[in-house]
Write a protein that binds this ligand. Structure first.
Ligand SMILES: Cc1cc2nc3c(=O)[nH]c(=O)nc-3n(C[C@H](O)[C@H](O)[C@H](O)COP(=O)(O)O)c2cc1C
Length: 181
């Protein structure tokens, strides 16, 4: 049994990346893992100010919803991030979320495997490369962690993935990702 934390970052109602993230959550739960899900939608999540106070105290000076989330990241064995591709990268809000995990830099977070789920209008593989690079930059700061895999859903824009017969298989893939973490 692993502690699995799924973090969805799209702010769009009926977000396709969130639908896939929820499928991964379901797969992980069904596999018997202790699984948690959050969406950044509606969260009070402010930008990192770069003061680096966290590197002395282990705590962030900003008092927002991140305070209730950071320990969940710290205690997770597996992180699954979901992001639409924005300008060939992750969303700004997911980058902010990663920045705000900087207090963990001087702690000993458990997470080893980090997965990414992306959705994008374009289908080419290159569309998510910079998103992986960005996440890899975060992962590289935690020696015990590694990039464990990606589910990239190309050709997915704002129409509901469930209504597209050519893309429906992605739901099962997301479920399987969660089930096999
Ligand atoms: C600001 C912005 C930038 C985007 N940039 C790209 C892009 O570079 N490449 C791409 O294929 N799609 C791009 N898209 C489309 C989204 O990736 C696409 O709509 C995604 O599937 C939405 O995911 P969601 O349903 O989880 O919100 C962009 C969308 C927005 C709003």
């Amino acid at each position: 049994m692993k502690n699995v934390f799924v973090i969805s970052s799209s702010l769009r109602n009926d977000s396709n990346s969130e639908i896939l993230a929820r499928m991964a959550f379901k797969g992980s739960n069904d596999a018997g893992n202790k699984t948690e899900f959050i969406t950044l939608k509606g969260m009070d999540l402010r930008f990192c100010k770069g003061c680096l106070a966290c590197q002395k105290t282990g705590n962030c000076v900003i008092k927002d919803d991140m305070a209730g989330v950071i320990n969940k990241v710290k205690d997770a064995d597996v992180l699954i991030f979901a992001s639409p591709i924005y300008y060939y990268g992750i969303t700004g809000q997911l980058k902010t979320f990663l920045d705000r995990l900087n207090p963990l830099y001087i702690q000993e977070p458990k997470f080893e495997d980090v997965y990414l789920i992306t959705t994008s209008a374009e289908e080419d593989e290159e569309v998510y490369e910079k998103a992986v690079e960005c996440l890899q930059g975060f992962i590289d700061c935690f020696p015990d962690s590694r990039f464990a895999g990606i589910l990239s859903a190309g050709g997915v824009n704002i129409d509901k993935i469930e209504n597209d017969p050519d893309r429906k298989g992605l739901l099962k893939k997301a479920y399987e990702l969660g089930k096999t973490v």
